[in-house]
Design a protein around this ligand. Structure first.
Ligand code: PRP
Length: 181
């Protein structure tokens, strides 16, 4: 285990099992539909989850990317969402979009993005998150597919960072407070 990690919250085996279940739920819900199923990865934190999830889904799937950032650095997010990289498809009205996120905290990012993509004309918009911190919610939002509810701890790894570090850890771990305090 990395020296800055206090405890492993989700091991590689646990993550694999969670993602297998989520892929099964998506297969079940999207089998036999006419539209184009698009997994929309929200950079950067979702990249590891996205890569594993898309390998396990058996229905035909396409991928796309957006980068969204909340203003304000540090350990908190603000209500201001900035789209740094937008989805750019001419056929969006044929797309059943599943937004793929690593974590929901305040809920502002996914709440905003869901409305944005619906307004842009997507055929349908659903959300899939690996991790959810329901105790941190600031807006009324629930994802359609949730890997695991977690407590309000500072988690890194499996795509999640602190100051751009730890994204490559193969597990989700709780960061030692002395690293960020
Ligand atoms: C994280 C995460 C979500 C968002 C969740 O992204 O990936 O996009 O914050 O927070 P919310 O529910 O309070 O809106 P971050 O801004 O840290 O960017 P990153 O994925 O590039 O690390």
């Amino acid at each position: 285990m990395h020296n800055d990690i206090k405890r492993v919250l989700l091991s590689e085996e646990e993550l694999e099992s969670i993602i297998t279940r989520l892929a099964g739920e998506l297969d079940r819900d999207y089998a036999g539909r006419d539209g184009r199923l698009v997994l929309l990865c929200i950079l950067k934190g979702s990249v590891v989850f996205m890569g594993e999830l898309m390998k396990k889904i058996t229905v035909p799937v396409e991928i796309d990317f957006m980068k969204v950032s909340s203003y304000g650095a540090g350990t908190t997010t603000t209500g201001n969402i900035h789209i740094a990289l937008d989805i750019n498809r001419k056929d969006i009205e044929c797309c059943d979009i599943v937004i793929v996120e690593d974590i929901i905290d305040s809920g502002r990012t996914l709440s905003h993005l869901s409305k944005y993509l619906t307004l842009k004309g997507a055929r349908s918009v659903k959300t899939c998150t690996l991790l959810d911190k329901p105790s941190r919610r600031e807006v009324d939002f629930e994802a359609d597919y949730v890997g695991c509810n977690i407590p309000d701890e500072f988690v890194v790894g499996y795509g999640l960072d602190y100051d751009e570090r730890y994204r490559a850890l193969p597990y989700v771990g709780i960061l030692k407070p002395e690293v960020y305090m």
